[in-house]
Design a protein around this ligand. Structure first.
Ligand code: MN
Length: 325
């Protein structure tokens, strides 16, 4: 069962499209290449091949899994630094532990979100818990990188632990879709995530054959990524399936529809819908650092090497390599 679920007919419904509403057209559809992250967990690189200006204020997104691990297979990351942006990790299935050098950390599971503001700098580790390493099992989620504007690059590090039950649940106008607002505002309903610049982050489950029409602020960009299933997007009803990203054009609503026939492993269409007000600043990125200039990147590497991005706490989590010890 993916993330948090509820009967949509019992929920507040988002307003249906009005006469003056402009539906966003589809500008591009790309297919995420597969790769490995951290100690070797499988990901789909959702934003690969998309112009950074179309993603702004987002930088990167990895769909983690979906993967059915055998015992001793689950993997995470080793301890690593970040500066200048935020990492947002959401899990539909499985469990991830997080621990950072600023005192933030916890368990991410069951539709929970971990929202980490690296800001001025942080060290962290993301790893499956020991019992999941031993048992194996289903693991599925995503990690999104949200940029910070120049004035917030050196904000104090922060950590928001959003449980699945904290998420704001809504239904589509036809009650065929469950809408989970993690952050932002959809039709006046606000999600729990606190953000530095205005963004929307939504996970929607669209029942086979149903159509989801969402109001979407015209000053936001709009991206639709398919976590599982197949359907169509936009007024043009362009086909979209697992691992594909649609970049939408201007407008104040967006539409996603689920094919009537879905694969048995995913009976519904699972989509992430995200967007925000573009920051429109130069981006300089080197691995885990996202700044405005190359000089600031050099400084970040220097600060990391000098231990100024944090220290490993006593009794810290250590990475599981997936090997039997
Ligand atoms: Mn990280």
């Amino acid at each position: 069962m993916p993330a948090v679920t509820a009967d949509p007919t019992t929920l507040t419904r988002v307003p249906a499209a009005g006469l003056g509403d402009v539906e966003r057209p589809v500008r591009s559809i790309t297919t995420a290449p597969s790769g490995l992250q951290g100690e070797g967990f499988p990901v789909r690189m959702a934003f690969a091949g998309v112009d950074a200006r179309d993603l702004d204020p987002f930088i990167m997104m990895d769909q983690m899994g979906e993967v059915e691990y055998a015992p001793y297979e689950p993997k995470g990351t080793s301890r690593h630094p970040h500066r200048g942006f935020e990492t947002v990790t959401y899990l539909l299935d499985g469990t991830f532990l997080h621990q950072d050098s600023h005192g933030g950390g916890g368990v991410i599971a069951n539709g929970g979100t971990q929202w980490m503001t690296a800001g001025a700098g942080i060290l962290h580790i993301e790893t499956p818990p020991e019992e999941l390493v031993m048992s194996g099992g289903l693991f599925h989620g995503f990690q999104l990188w949200v940029n910070l504007p120049r004035v917030k690059k050196f904000a104090p590090p922060a950590y928001q632990n959003l449980e699945g039950t904290d998420v704001t649940l809504l239904a589509s106008a036809d009650a065929g879709s469950l809408i989970r607002v993690i952050a932002g505002d959809v039709g006046g309903a606000k999600g729990p995530g606190s953000t530095h610049t205005p963004i929307n982050l939504v996970h929607a489950t669209v029942t086979a054959g149903a159509q989801l029409s969402l109001p979407w602020r015209p000053d936001f960009n709009a991206l639709v990524y398919v976590l599982a299933g197949s359907g169509t997007v936009g007024v043009e009803q362009r086909p979209l399936r697992t691992g594909q990203l649609a970049v939408l054009g201007a407008g104040d609503r967006l539409t996603v529809a689920a094919d009537a026939q879905q694969e048995s492993r995913s009976p519904a269409l699972e989509v992430l819908v995200l967007g925000g007000r573009p920051i429109r600043e130069p981006i300089a990125q080197y691995g885990p650092f996202v700044m405005n200039t190359r000089d600031e990147l050099r400084q970040a590497v220097e600060d990391y090497q000098a231990g100024r991005l944090g220290v490993i706490p006593d009794g810290a989590l250590m990475p599981h390599t997936g090997r039997r010890s």
